[in-house]
Each structure stands twice: as structure tokens, then as C-alpha cells.
Design a protein. Structure first.
Lengths: 115, 113
């Protein structure tokens, strides 16, 4: 998607290994989010950021950490991957915190398989 | 807590049929409501939104009206095309924090030629 890229797009890893997913934006948007998408659950928020070095937990943050050292990059780390973290991960950005204007722009997703 | 409930799919229609995908919500205060669409292999993208009661969002022939009395935001289209085949997500943003964006589970639509 224009302005937001995720890497890697696909990854297969073993249980217990660390994994880092990267989200890069060129829109200079303040807010960045990591979601996971699973059948029957829709999208669930993992972590979000409201500025450089300002992050907070979402509803399913256990087992995940994030970092944002630059406006354009938001990293999601699985310190020790488990099979329950097999999922499709989406990064999203927005330039407003107000609910009516808070339109999310999503990346294309990163499919992670933990064996 | 806040929640969004949408009809389970898949929904299979013939081309030019009328589409309705039901969405109801539970929220405190005055949320904004959204429909996002996900085409195969892609991320979600905004389809339409409504920010207050009785507002109607519309885009690409799709419409949805924010009904506070029935806490609903049903998606409709008068004549679907094969290219509308996708997964549709209803969502709300309740305004209590930038992260309070709640998604429904998604409804897969398949349109047959």
C-alpha cells in the first residue's frame, strides 16, 4: 500500500525463536498500530504508538513488545514465538486521534507461521 | 465494554443482486462508525464512515446509515458486482482514546457472475 510497507511479508519460524516485524511509513503520521487478524476474531489490537518512544498496550499484548525510535518505523517483536502467535499481522497508521477523523490506513500484512 | 457484532458469512450473491450486511454495536457515548473492506491478499481499506446519529456514509455504491435507536450500521448496495467480492468489516471508534477502535469479525462476500 502506498505510504506504508511491512516486512517481511511472509515468515516461517520455529517455536522459541525471536521474530521482529517492521512497519515503515512515509506519511509522517503520528499514530501507528499493530493488529493481528485471526479467523473468528476479526482484528485485535496488539500495541499502538502515539509518538516517538510513546507506546501502549492493546487488548492482546502478552508475548509482544514494540519500539518506535523514529516517526516512520514501528517494530513488533515476539521475544519467543509460540504457535498461538501464528497469524496475519497488520500495521496501520493514522494522523488523528479524534474518533471521527481517525481513519486507519493499513499495510498489506505480514503472514507469520510458528511451527 | 464496547463491541461490534456483524452477520456471519460467507454471503454468496449473484451479480446485480441487492446486498445487506448487518452490523450492530454496543458503545458508551457517541462513537463513530466505519466499514472497511479487505480484498484478497491486501490490507483493509476504508469504505465509508459516519460520525453521528442519522449520518449516511456512502462510497462506490455502498451505503450505511448510523441508527442510534437500533444501534445499527448496516451496509447496503443495490447491485453488486463480481469485483465487490471481499471481506467487509464493521468497526467503531469510541473517542475515549486513540486506540479504541473495535472491529467486527468480518463478513466474506462472494459475488458470482
Amino acid at each position: 500500500d502506498a505510504g506504508i510497507t511491512q516486512s517481511p511479508r511472509h515468515k516461517v519460524t520455529e517455536t522459541g525463536t525471536p521474530v521482529t516485524l517492521r512497519c515503515h511509513q512515509t506519511e509522517n503520521h503520528r499514530y501507528m498500530y499493530w493488529y493481528r487478524q485471526d479467523p473468528g476474531h476479526g482484528l485485535r489490537l496488539i500495541h499502538y504508538s502515539y509518538g516517538v518512544k510513546d507506546t501502549d498496550k492493546g487488548e492482546v499484548s502478552d508475548g509482544y513488545s514494540v519500539s518506535r525510535s523514529k516517526t516512520e518505523d514501528f517494530l513488533l517483536t515476539l521475544e519467543s514465538a509460540t504457535s498461538s502467535q501464528t497469524s496475519v499481522y497488520f500495521c496501520a497508521i493514522s494522523d488523528s486521534g479524534s474518533p471521527g477523523a481517525n481513519v486507519l490506513t493499513f499495510g498489506a500484512g505480514s503472514r507469520l507461521t510458528v511451527l | 465494554g464496547n463491541s461490534v457484532t456483524q452477520m456471519e458469512g460467507p454471503v454468496t450473491l449473484s451479480e446485480e443482486a441487492f446486498l445487506t450486511i448487518n452490523c450492530t454495536y454496543t458503545a458508551t457515548g457517541y462513537p463513530s462508525l466505519f466499514w472497511y473492506v479487505q480484498y484478497p491478499g491486501e490490507g483493509l481499506q476504508l469504505l465509508l464512515k459516519a460520525t453521528k446519529a442519522d449520518d449516511k456514509g456512502s462510497n462506490k455504491g455502498f451505503e450505511a446509515t448510523y441508527r442510534k435507536e437500533t444501534t445499527s450500521f448496516h451496509l447496503e448496495k443495490g447491485s453488486v458486482q463480481v469485483s465487490d467480492s471481499a471481506v467487509y468489516f464493521c468497526a467503531l471508534s469510541d473517542g475515549s482514546g486513540t486506540y479504541k477502535y473495535i472491529f467486527g469479525t468480518g463478513t466474506r462476500l462472494k459475488v458470482l457472475a
